[in-house]
Design a protein around this ligand. Structure first.
Ligand code: HEC
Length: 441
């Protein structure tokens, strides 16, 4: 039956040549599992587009409603949490897939003549995807979103001559506010998809013109050419299914944190960017003063230009990576720096809370004894006693706390804070929790 329909359509629409271009593309050396990442990236883009469309049904791009609309998607909309989770983890997966796709192209020397144009379009696509990630990060309009974007735009502002103008264009004015949000939303859901789809079309058009590169030795390439269908299609489909299951598993098992609603006056908030920007965030910590522009724009610009024009920098026609020690060494060094910085950054992020389990026990004691009736931490609790949100900064002395808890009157004569009957161990834990309450981690 399906074949009869196909024939019926074919006699009218002349489908055979289309099928030939789409499925009968010869792959030198035959199909391989290593070639799947381009298709995986394309699939993830389709997943992002589909989940994004559903999110847009409920999302409201204004400072008054953005946060609540994301909350609503997360808690009220049927399967809204799943769609948001897929979109969130799909973005991460897309960065990984593009990374592997570029790594494979680099290792196989597939960017070399005659495929320079395809590589350059690919680098542009990679940059577009990072812009997608950056603009999407602001949309939930929570504290992290707001302050991470603030940092990003400030970095753009450090570019000489045009930085000030560019950051004003991004913000839609002097401050990060309503115009910024609607601007980022429009860029994220209208401009970028249009540009990206055009870029993908060009990327695939060039692929059809020059053909896939195949293995790095001509002997192996000429051994057996094979068409794209059926084996490469099968391999792509298997990996795509695996990637989808992994993304769905992440979306189902890891709840997405939404920090407090964006508060432009709370300048003490320290945002943490997405993991794929973390290495860069770490780098920024090491450069200060006159060197700062090096990290905020000189270095990124150099890396982007080197990536873009790499086929003209590496003019060695040999494709076997073993016989390209300089290119291979450079690539490995680059990855070592990026992943080294990423590792340090993750370690710093998790070092504080992981190191001391007594902080968690102290937090439980704090809740048990009803300290919250008088004290406030991060906006929650009574207002009759000092706000403890940053008491670790203002009172860093452990002895002081222990003494104060044993007998508040002894250090603050006349205070109405009650004495609590606590064991030494509980005193220790509660104090650890107090000391962990800091403005910045
Ligand atoms: C009945 C209200 C009340 C309760 C309940 C209470 N406190 Fe207090 N607390 C105060 C008052 C008033 C002060 C300010 C005077 C002082 O230093 O004692 C204070 C001060 C503090 C300080 C010093 C803050 C600073 O910046 O100087 C800490 C730390 C503290 N409380 C922790 C706790 C913890 C932990 C609990 C729960 C075990 C708790 N408090 C329960 C009223 C309360």
């Amino acid at each position: 039956m399906p074949s009869r329909i196909y024939e019926w359509l074919d006699t009218r629409l002349n489908l055979k040549p289309v099928q030939r271009t789409l499925l009968d593309e010869p792959i030198p050396g035959g199909a391989s599992w290593i070639y799947v990442f381009g298709s995986v990236t394309l699939f993830l883009f389709v997943l992002q587009a589909a989940t994004g469309m559903f999110l847009a049904l409920y999302y409201a791009p204004t400072p008054d409603h953005a946060y609540d609309s994301v909350r609503f998607i997360e808690t009220e909309v049927t399967l809204g949490w799943l769609v948001r989770g897929l979109h969130h983890w799909g973005a991460s997966a897309m960065v990984v897939a593009i990374g592997l796709h570029m790594l494979q192209t680099f290792l196989y020397g597939a960017y070399k003549s005659p495929r320079e144009v395809m590589w350059m379009v690919g680098v542009m696509l990679f940059l577009l995807v990072m812009t997608f990630a950056f603009t999407g990060y602001l949309l939930p309009w929570d504290q992290t979103a707001y302050w991470a974007t603030q940092i990003g735009i400030n970095m753009v502002g450090t570019v000489p001559l045009m930085g000030d103008f560019a950051s004003r264009v991004l913000r839609g004015g002097e401050i990060l506010g309503a115009l910024t949000l609607s601007r980022f939303f429009a860029i994220h859901v209208l401009f970028l998809p249009a540009i990206l789809i055009a870029g993908i079309a060009i990327h695939l058009f060039v692929l059809r013109r020059v053909g896939p590169a195949g293995p790095w030795t001509d002997e192996r390439a000429s051994l057996s050419a094979e068409t794209f269908a059926p084996r490469q299609v099968y391999m792509d489909a298997v990996v795509i299914a695996g990637v989808f299951l992994a993304v769905a598993a992440l979306a189902i098992s890891i709840p997405l944190p939404l920090t407090d609603k964006a508060n432009p006056s709370d300048t003490s908030f320290v945002p943490v960017p997405e993991w794929y920007f973390l290495f860069y965030y770490e780098l920024l910590k090491y450069v200060h003063g006159p060197l700062e522009p090096v990290a905020t724009w000189v270095l990124p610009l150099c890396v982007i230009l080197i990536m873009l024009f790499w086929p003209f920098i590496d003019r060695n026609p040999v494709r076997n990576p073993i016989r390209r020690p300089v290119a291979l060494g450079g690539g490995i060094l680059f990855l070592l720096v990026v992943f080294g910085l990423l590792g340090i950054s993750i370690k710093n992020l998790y070092a504080v809370p992981r190191a001391d389990p007594s902080v968690a026990r102290g937090r439980a004691i704090y809740a048990q004894l009803g300290c919250v009736g008088c004290h406030r931490i991060h906006g929650e609790g009574g207002a009759v006693a000092p706000d403890l949100s940053a008491v670790g900064d203002t009172r860093p002395d452990r002895e002081w706390h222990v003494k104060h808890f044993r007998d508040p009157q002894s250090v603050s004569p006349g205070t109405f804070m009650p004495k609590f009957p606590l064991s030494d161990e509980q005193l220790h834990d509660l104090t650890s929790y107090m000391l962990s309450l800091k403005r910045a981690t």
